[in-house]
Design a protein around this ligand. Structure first.
Ligand code: SAM
Length: 411
């Protein structure tokens, strides 16, 4: 292992290179979904790790889910300390601001808190024209326009959101122009120029990918909190940066859309009853998995469609009949439902523990993906700052990339 430097001294390139190595080196452990395997494919090669995970109490497992890098017993096998250092990014500086309560009208509480944290870190200079990318109803745009006393163009493809957003902006006297625009359409670049700053809060996969490409092409500054990397048309990830393509190819790090989903799997802690319901659904799915393996005589996972929240049947047997019907599987008479139900619950407990390996690599993968975007812009001559804009309790997607157009600093 190379000597470790405190995080502020690591360049983006160096951090990215080390993360590529670690992700590639450990991909056989973090890639498999424990849910789909009776025993993780790595279990045989790493029996000590498997046993240590199985021995964890419920409380320890829950704590490690929440704080995977703190006092982890997995450190005897996995590079916990190094990963912790590599994901340790600074909080981006920004003038703290308390926005007038009236501006928060019609915005959800959590979204408003995110806007309050994002806005002071946008980093717009007075000579920049402001554009919001994939704006929804333009909540961020309204706050930006009023805070900076500036005009903001908000791009959104849904006509109803544009109409509603324009109405809200007009009512607040905010100088926002909601523009109906598909940002993936060929003409979307017309909104960007070298004196534009584009702000994007939680723009998904291809939507923020397009922003980065257009910003690089037009020399626009960007303030971006990316989200949902897996929302992309490519089945396999194509790194945006040259360094990403070279390092991924050299190290054999090939990411599928399913791998990208892992980067955003962490959710803000749900209320207790929602969590309990989710646990029950998982236990039933795992119980059905054991049952279908036996009925089909094939020891392989069979994906079952998801159910909207609140649509879970009342009993395990009903759930299995529903799942079997969806998969065109006939169930024999005389199934010992309580036995399969408890076996499913036992597997849920095991899967929760095996998942902790993936948890450990979740944030490293997310940071790697944001660094790939960072390097794409640095390679195009931008100067880029990367850090967090809020606590992860407010949103786990709390990484922010702030890129200044080439030569903007000298201009
Ligand atoms: C995840 S929301 C983010 C909205 C807002 N930035 C926020 O933080 O609340 C994504 C928004 O992008 C819009 N969107 C999706 N695809 C788009 C496209 N191709 N062009 C423009 N907007 C799009 C959606 O309609 C939605 O309003």
């Amino acid at each position: 292992m190379s000597p470790s430097l405190p995080h502020p001294l690591l360049s983006h390139t160096e951090r990215f290179a080390r993360l590529t190595e670690r992700l590639a080196e450990w991909q056989d452990l973090w890639r498999p979904l424990p849910f789909q395997h009776r025993r993780p494919p790595w279990g045989e090669a790493w029996p000590g790790l498997e046993t240590a995970l199985l021995r964890l109490s419920d409380a320890s497992a829950a704590r490690l889910q929440d704080t995977p890098f703190r006092e982890s017993p997995l450190a005897d096998w996995l590079p916990v300390a190094e990963l912790a250092r590599l994901v340790d990014l600074p909080e981006l500086a920004g003038d703290a601001c308390e926005l007038p309560v009236a501006w928060a009208a019609h915005v959800g509480g959590r979204k408003w808190s995110q806007i309050e944290a994002f806005l002071p870190r946008v980093g717009a200079s007075p000579d920049e024209r402001l554009v919001e990318w994939c704006a929804g109803k333009g909540h961020l745009s309204r706050a930006l326009a009023q805070r900076l006393d500036a005009e903001v163009t908000a791009l959104e493809w849904q006509a109803t959101l544009c109409r509603e957003g324009q109405r809200l902006a007009d009512r607040q006297g905010a100088t926002v122009h909601m523009a109906e625009q598909d940002v993936l359409a060929p003409g979307a670049g017309r909104w960007l120029s070298s004196d534009t700053r584009v702000a994007a809060l939680h723009a998904c996969g291809d939507l923020h990918g397009r922003l980065i490409e257009l910003a690089a092409e037009h020399g626009s500054s960007v303030t971006l909190a990316p989200c949902c990397y897996q929302r992309t048309t490519d089945a396999h990830y194509r790194p945006l940066s040259r360094q990403g393509r070279e390092l991924a190819a050299a190290s054999g790090l090939i990411l599928t859309r399913e791998d990208l989903a892992m980067a955003v799997q962490e959710t803000v802690t749900a209320p207790r009853h929602v969590r309990r319901r989710r646990e029950q659904a998982n236990a039933w799915r795992l119980g059905f998995d054991l049952l279908q393996r036996e009925v089909r005589g094939i020891d392989a996972y069979l994906p079952v469609p998801s159910l909207a929240y609140g649509r879970l049947p009342d009993s395990f047997a009903e759930f299995c009949h529903w799942a079997a019907e969806r998969k065109g599987l006939g169930l024999p008479a005389g199934i010992d439902w309580p036995a399969f139900e408890s076996a499913g619950e036992r597997r849920r407990v095991e899967v929760t523990r095996m998942e902790l390996v993936r948890h450990l690599f979740r944030r490293p993968l997310e940071v790697w993906l944001v660094l790939d975007r960072t390097l794409r812009l640095e390679e195009a001559g931008f100067s880029v700052e990367l850090g967090t804009f809020c606590e992860r309790e407010l949103t786990p997607r709390n990484l922010l990339l702030r890129a200044c157009r080439p030569c903007a600093r000298e201009a």
